[in-house]
Design a protein around this ligand. Sequence first.
Ligand code: SF4
Length: 290
Amino acid sequence: MRYDGVVFRPPSEANSLLIQATVGCPHNKCTFCGMYKHKRFRIRKVADIKQDLESGYKIYGPGVKSIFFPDGNSIIIKTAQLIEILNYARQLFPDLERITVYGAAKYVMLKSVAELVALRQAGLSRIHSGMESGDEIILNNIQKGSTPDEIIQAGLRVKQAGIELSQYILVGIGGTARWREHALKSAGVLNAFDPDFIRLRTYVPVKQAPLWSEYVAGRFTLLGPHQALAEIRLMIEHLNVTSHIISDHVSNYCNISGKLPEDKAELLAELDAAGNIPEAHFRPALISNL
Ligand code: SF4
């Protein structure tokens, strides 16, 4: 396989074959994100993607169980081309159980439900989507490129098409100024489409991203560990979903995992217990290898 630059994947795709379908991100404006700031966006040729699938076949054989197609927002690929890629992947790897892509609401909204259904029928089983927040002011501040209503419409579209939706919330991205709004409005938006997975990441400033300079200048105040836990607690309290909620990322101050609504009381108790741990025992505010 050929990879252009650093390739990012969700931790849940650690065992997946990674085939780069896009290079960079077509949006690339989110102020907190430093992943693709140095990459010029392009969609790779279908022939090149197929060649990389063949390379994967030569290395791993036909038994590959899951494939993830990075880089950013690979759902943007034209539906007919994506179907061709998905079909070829399933032809090479008949035991495939999961094929996934990244797709923020802005790009999911470029597909009709009928197109999403066709993608699901061709093998697309899950979309990883970073909504980050349900608060309109925060979404504007971070230049996410979607409104809460668009996030809801995109979520409903994916669910209607029968594709699993893994939705990402960026804990602390409202800073100390909007942590309550972030928690409550994110819960409200998530309640509207009930994703299969809610995955938590905690905002950690990175130098490659525009928000870094706001943080350094003191115009953006990070949440401390206890505040971040309180924000998650408030959001979970107000969630009325049937999602799995998972904090499967090094950025988080506390590792929680459960199924809602049945595990809600247990999750809240875990957060309360973590909130009693002295702040000095948590990770430092910055993480060098993010
Ligand atoms: S967070 Fe996602 S949509 Fe935003 S710039 Fe980064 S990769 Fe692109």
